[in-house]
Design a protein around this ligand. Structure first.
Ligand code: GDP
Ligand code: IMO
Ligand code: MG
Length: 422
């Protein structure tokens, strides 16, 4: 069996794009199963930097066909722009990009509802404003617009105007936006026509790859702690980034997947609101942000930074059934004199049993830390774990033993070849 999943183990931005790029050099199919343009997956190739939001990172390897699965919410305008960006890098997407006819479609109305409803909330979620939540709401309310609807522009136009009408009637957006959105709908229809050529049946393609034992890589977006079911609700995204989402988001049975790789940074970040037990609001946090260039790939917002959270990572290992781990951004810790790992949670002076029992009052958690001496030497671009300084090996061994899952990949820089594989 040669189906591998790559999922975010924390609050997103773990470096999934980079790891998918590394692993896709000999893969036939790369598929996304959830989320949409809220994702920002950064990859550095020989052609420079590219940030992918909806197209799977496998598009950068000409051996890969890329699928936007039924569990995604796809924005045709964003997708069109992304296709242009990819094409500028001299990458051909001909016959390499397929949008499931069952994927749900984000429209300018959904984006407006997202932004407007965030504006009205006393405690906003801090969404990306990409229309993700409202599009999933329509999906589950059984009034969504799907990939298949891009194939009939007349029906699409009717659906768009009906949705605009109901959004205004139900006070999801103010009447003052009507004219602007009507104009947007017209240009949206033109782009949708261009995107319609990518709409197709995806089930057959996945099944034939499975039947022929061709390599499939599944690319998660966001992360386990942002999962609608297992995350820090309500400060989550509206999809299932954990491995459970793969089966519904692609129609690919989980037992066909042989490896589940969880991606973890050697520290933690979070964009948007919500609890974050190990968040650092001091110089160390600033340093992580500065050295790690922790600014959102989609919205440019500064990412909140903190130490590695072991109880949360253990939860992620369990919920996803991870078989291995890829650690990223090791080099970001190179300059630190002391490095901490949160090894337990305390609430009101009482030690807690783990992440799941504390997940509803995470904001009250005081982290218990184990401190490690910094290695204070460069690990940038290391290729072999034997050559790593002793203190780094000690730090990694501690994580591996605590998580109970082998760390098979260690990323030592943003570039493709800055990786240790074991
Ligand atoms: P994703 O959403 O999980 O794909 O992650 P993002 O692309 O949003 O954020 C990860 C950032 O870290 C990107 O800018 C990557 O180029 C960068 N990155 C990935 N791995 C490494 C690494 O090992 N070291 C450093 N310094 N940067 C890395
Ligand atoms: P990648 O794939 C980090 C966060 C938002 C917000 C919450 C809900 O690059 O790891 P949404 O727009 O999804 O309704 O916002 O989820 N969020 C992410 N944070 N990385 C992401 O994707 C994210 N996608 C959404 O900041 O807190
Ligand atoms: Mg990202």
């Amino acid at each position: 069996m040669s189906v591998i999943s790559v999922v975010g183990g924390q609050w997103g931005d773990e470096g999934k794009g980079k790891i998918v790029d590394v692993l896709s050099s000999d893969v036939e199919l790369v598929a996304r199963y959830q989320g949409g343009a809220n994702a920002g997956h950064t990859v550095y190739t020989e052609e420079g930097k590219i940030v992918l939001h909806q197209i799977p990172s496998g598009i950068l390897r000409d051996n890969c066909v890329c699928i936007l699965g039924n569990g995604m919410v796809v924005d045709p305008e964003g997708l069109y722009e992304e296709i242009r960006q990819v094409s500028k890098k001299n990458i051909s997407i001909d016959n390499r990009l397929i949008l499931s006819h069952n994927a749900h479609i984000v429209t300018p109305i959904h984006k407006a509802i997202d932004i407007h409803s965030e504006g009205k909330l006393k405690n906003p979620i801090g969404t990306t404003g990409k229309g993700i939540g409202p599009t999933y709401v329509d999906k589950f309310n059984r009034r969504g617009i799907r990939g298949i609807d891009l194939l009939n522009l007349e029906i699409l136009r009717i659906k768009l105007y009906n949705r605009l009408e109901s959004a205004i009637e139900n006070f999801e957006i103010p009447l003052a936006l009507k004219l602007e959105l009507e104009e947007k709908i017209e240009s949206y229809l033109k782009i949708s026509e261009k995107i319609s050529i990518y709409v197709s049946d995806v089930y057959e393609i996945i099944q034939s790859h499975l039947d022929n034992s061709q390599k499939i890589l599944i690319e998660g977006a966001q992360g386990t702690l942002l999962d609608i079911d297992h995350g820090t609700y309500p400060y989550v995204t509206s999809s299932s980034p954990s491995t459970g989402g793969i089966s519904t988001g692609l129609g690919l049975p989980l037992h066909r997947i042989s490896r589940h790789i969880g991606i973890f940074k050697v520290y933690c970040t979070r964009v948007g609101e919500g609890p974050f037990p190990t968040e650092l609001q001091d110089e160390s946090g600033e340093l992580l942000r500065k050295i790690g260039k922790e600014f959102g790939a989609t919205t440019g917002r500064p990412r909140r930074c903190g130490w590695f959270d072991l109880p949360a990572a253990k939860f992620s290992v369990q919920v996803n059934g991870l078989t291995e781990i890829a650690l990223t951004k090791l080099d970001v810790l190179d300059k630190f004199e002391k490095i901490k790992i949160c090894t337990g949670y305390m609430i009101n002076g009482k030690i807690q049993s783990g992440y799941s029992s504390s997940m509803c009052n995470l904001q009250e958690v005081e982290p218990i830390y184990t401190e490690f001496p910094g290695w204070r030497t460069s690990t940038v671009g290391f290729h072999h774990s034997e050559n790593l300084p002793g203190k780094v090996k000690e730090y990694i061994r501690f994580l591996e033993e605590s998580l109970g899952v082998p760390i098979k990949l260690i990323s030592t820089g943003p570039a493709r070849d800055q990786i240790i594989e074991s």
